[in-house]
Ligand binder design. Sequence first.
Ligand SMILES: [Zn+2]
Ligand SMILES: [Zn+2]
Length: 193
Amino acid sequence: MKSLDQYLHDAEQAHGHLCAGQVLGVRLAMLGLQKLGIDDPRGKDRKRLVTFVEIDRCATDAVAVVTGCRLGKRALKFRDWGKVAATFVDVSTGKAVRIAAKESSKSLARRMHPEIEDKNQQQMLAYREISDDDLFALQWVKVDLPPEEFPGYKSERVVCEACGEGINFRREVRRAGKVLCCACAGEQYYTII
Ligand SMILES: [Zn+2]
Ligand SMILES: [Zn+2]
């Protein structure tokens, strides 16, 4: 594993700026990998890890930088729960750890550095200094990952009987004997104009 500073450098490049969320995300991911004993997530261990993230904010980009898990490799899973938390799954052992940033970290940062007025600067510094135990809550968990959730899984595609668009394995909905895509089954997030 690289050092905190090296990861922060990489995260700044990937994210476009350095912010408190990057520091939190880098440390959160480093702790997750350390707990799983994964020390080369982008090299020899790159097929061992699947990561679930629970927020679409700055910290998520940092988690992706440290873990090397990407949406396009099916190794990064997004749950839109609005929490600064992530679960790291070692698919070679089935061990998984969920780590969440403690809500108290913001007030702790305020207490540690009242001399810094800018919130982001204050938290950026404090989030480097606060211990893992004060910054994060950790749970060992079990994650059911069916074969099609693994990176590299390949299987047939099906075609939606309503709209004709192709759908990757197991993302289809079967209803009244018909194969439908999620949109045609009523789950669309858009309306056609
Ligand atoms: Zn940011
Ligand atoms: Zn359809």
